[in-house]
Design a protein around this ligand. Structure first.
Ligand code: MN
Length: 727
């Protein structure tokens, strides 16, 4: 079926000639010729030639007052994706700006913009904004969507619903965010029509039934206001009647449970004047003529909406007892209200969109500052900027799920954000199908594929801790090292036990050990001797704490004939700090802030210049990196915990992750109070995934006590993980 379209190149040219803005007509015509050549033979679902669609999009953009390059890009917006035309060809013929805009629109097509969850929809919206390095890309995309919505009746039922849902959840809110209310309202009304056809029909009919009365009513109001304003104004302000959109009424009727009669701004009159002063003058006159409804006055001039909208709103009661809304604004405010971000191109020459963020947004500041004197311009620029250049990045999984991460996040963070096991099993990553290194920083819009392996014993590397950016990934990697490195921990633990026993003259065969240690194995919640070794290996059991007692047990049970020299313990050395510096004797000791060692931790000392010995954990990153430097290596000396250490004198910070719920903090502090552990500090925040993260700083006597505390905390309902932090 051949159908003639109302959107032809001739109509477009005529519209350009009729307007008062300068355009490069020949550039626009050659864009048309290229698009027409490449789309030749393609049809739309309506049966029209495909070229009618890009022309229609260009037409809508022309109505918004967009510049030559935007019009050309609109005409060419589908050629790279849907035809053999390449981006290089576009660049060669139309310049880098048009190529950049076409490429931007093409890239947006790969965002799967459908989501029922509001949270995800918000991410998709942010992603679309962040991916558009030039604001014109979004504006073209919105007009593309608008024309597709206008011609949606030709699509299948299923497609209609999907596209309408996407429009309602993603594109209408973006249009709103950018202040382009003319497009936002039409997008909403069109999607509403397909998403809830019965409600749409009902409202449409009700509004039609009232058309006559409404028009009469609005006309009489306009008349009255007009007569009065004519007395005060030399140049007559424009007064226009306004009907609320069907979707606007639907929201108030269905969502807010109002009767159509109760919707005050169903009837509205708009007065447009030249200056801000005149706005307030008109307001005074309106309040003098009609009775204002209390609390319905809003001054969006002194406090603009975040999308730059400015006007005075007031609702008054007419003589017939019917309430109606009056909106008062200047012509400039009117442009901004209708066209939002696009208003900039409306009467001025477009500013190059690319370049520094600040350049990109400086004109928003100018628009707002030109209209008023308050400081809100800064605030609005900041909110729009955070939309266009957020602190987050958004990347896809190969299946199209969107993962949001803080800026600077690496593929390791991405892997752990998908799932803990994906992180642990990660053995590489591809970004847009190319292999990248572990420290690759993710950019918005990239597709990230995490390669995993099921090889037994594979796990994260300690170096990842320095590469990844999110605390979530870090704490998952740390806990892996605690829990999963069992073999290594058993080996380490066994060696340590043998060493300690040798030092203390405890001589037992492998067979005798399980029985000898039975009570301790049980006390530390271990099932087997291997569990116990593993616990020693990762530091869950502090041998130095239990060996003196084991030595006594051993002497009682196994040393009967006293032939062997019995080991007599040295007199306990008392120190103020709790740390004995071997070979040095009495000296000043302080605990490092980087790893905050606790009695029971394996420790090492660093001879500082003039401040005594600073004590670190042997797994402290600073120690491990310093020991490799020849200059510093010699200054590390062995230190050990004294038999008696000061009670509750050591600070430790615990990192708790839990499913967020009411009363979580209260439960944590109740447990700490119950076991009488002083708490110095507690901070709670919500993580991106909705979990709660609580950090508590405690006074603790040593590792054994800490483990007890952590075990108690782990048992709290909804707690996922409890970790000791480096600090
Ligand atoms: Mn299109």
């Amino acid at each position: 079926m051949e159908m003639a379209s109302e959107y032809t190149i001739d109509a477009l040219i005529q519209k350009i000639i009729d307007g008062d803005k300068q355009y490069d007509l020949s550039k626009i015509v050659s864009a048309y010729e290229k698009a027409e050549f490449y789309h030749n033979g393609q049809k739309r679902e309506s049966g029209e030639d495909y070229i009618s669609h890009p022309l229609a999009v260009a037409y809508i953009l022309l109505e918004l007052g967009m510049d030559t390059d935007t019009i050309c890009s609109a005409i060419l917006h589908d050629v790279v994706e849907d035809t053999d035309c390449t981006l290089d060809e576009v660049r060669k013929d139309f310049g880098s700006d048009v190529a950049m805009l076409v490429n931007g629109v093409t890239k947006l097509k790969r965002i799967p913009a459908i989501s029922k969850e509001e949270q995800k929809a918000e991410n998709i919206r942010k992603m679309i904004l962040a991916m558009s390095e030039d604001i014109r890309v979004i504006i073209i995309k919105l007009c593309d969507r608008l024309h597709n919505m206008r011609t949606l009746q030709y699509c299948s039922d299923n497609k209609r619903r999907t596209i309408s849902l996407e429009t309602m959840n993603i594109y209408a809110p973006i249009a709103h965010r950018l202040g382009i209310s003319s497009i936002k309202e039409e997008l909403e009304d069109l999607s509403f029509k397909y998403l809830d056809p019965y409600a749409y029909e009902e409202i449409d009919q009700q509004m039609h039934l009232r058309t006559d009365t409404r028009e009469k009513f609005v006309d009489s109001i306009k008349d009255k206001i007009g007569k009065r304003l004519a007395e005060d104004f030399e140049k007559m302000p424009l007064i226009e009647g306004r009907v609320k959109s069907n979707y606007g009424i639907y929201k108030k009727v269905y969502r807010d449970g109002k009767e159509i009669e109760q919707i005050y701004d169903r009837y509205a009159v708009r007065v447009i004047v030249d200056t801000v002063n005149e706005c307030y003058n008109v307001l005074g006159i309106i309040h003098d003529m009609f009775k204002p409804i209390p609390n319905r006055f809003k001054d969006y001039i002194s406090t603009p909406k975040p999308n730059m909208y400015q006007s005075l709103h007031t609702t008054v009661i007419g003589r017939e007892g019917l309430p109606f809304e009056v909106q008062i604004r200047t012509w400039e405010m009117h442009q901004t209200a209708e066209y939002g971000i696009a208003a900039h191109w409306k009467y001025k020459e477009g500013i190059k969109g690319r370049g520094k963020e600040d350049n990109r947004l400086a004109w928003i500041r100018r628009i707002i500052e030109a209209q008023q004197e308050s400081n809100d311009a800064e605030e609005i620029v900041r909110t729009i900027k955070s939309d266009l250049a957020p602190d987050e990045v958004f990347a896809f999984t190969p299946k199209g799920d969107i993962i949001s991460l803080p800026k600077g996040a690496t593929v390791i963070d991405f892997a752990y954000a998908i799932h803990t096991q994906v992180g642990h099993k990660m053995c590489g990553a591809k970004v847009d199908k190319k292999m990248v290194s572990y420290d690759y920083q993710i950019k918005t819009g990239e597709i990230i594929e995490i390669l995993t392996t099921n090889v037994l014993g594979h796990g994260p590397s300690r170096s990842w801790l320095n590469i990844c950016k999110t605390n979530e990934a870090k704490s998952k990697i740390r806990s892996w090292f605690k829990k999963e490195r069992r073999e290594e921990n058993i080996y380490e633990g066994k060696n340590e036990l043998e060493r300690e026993f040798k030092r203390n003259y405890i001589r037992l065969s492998e067979d005798e050990l399980p029985e000898f240690l039975a009570a301790d194995i049980k006390r530390h919640n271990c099932e087997t001797l291997d569990d116990f070794y593993a616990a020693i290996g990762y530091g869950g059991v502090q041998l130095t704490k239990i060996v003196p007692r084991l030595r006594d047990d051993y002497n009682k049970k196994y040393v009967k004939d006293k032939e062997e020299p019995q080991y007599t313990p040295p007199k306990p050395v008392k120190t103020e700090s709790g740390v004995i510096v071997d070979d040095v004797g009495n000296c000043q000791v302080k605990f490092s802030q980087c790893c905050n060692p606790l009695p029971g931790d394996s420790i090492i000392g660093f001879v500082t210049r003039g401040h005594g010995v600073s004590v670190h954990k042997t797994d402290c990153i600073n120690y491990l990196s310093s020991i490799r430097q020849t200059d510093d290596a010699a200054r590390w000396i062995s230190v050990r915990w004294a038999d008696e250490t000061p009670q509750n004198n050591f600070k430790v910070t615990i990192d708790i992750v839990a499913n967020n719920r009411i009363g979580l903090l209260a439960d944590i502090s109740a447990i700490l109070a119950d076991i009488r552990i002083p708490m110095h500090e507690a901070t709670a925040r919500e993580l991106k995934n909705g979990n709660a993260n609580v950090m508590v700083t405690l006074s603790i006597a040593g590792v054994d006590q800490l483990n007890g505390v952590m075990n108690r905390l782990k048992k709290i309902n909804s707690v996922i993980s409890v970790d000791r932090t480096g600090k």
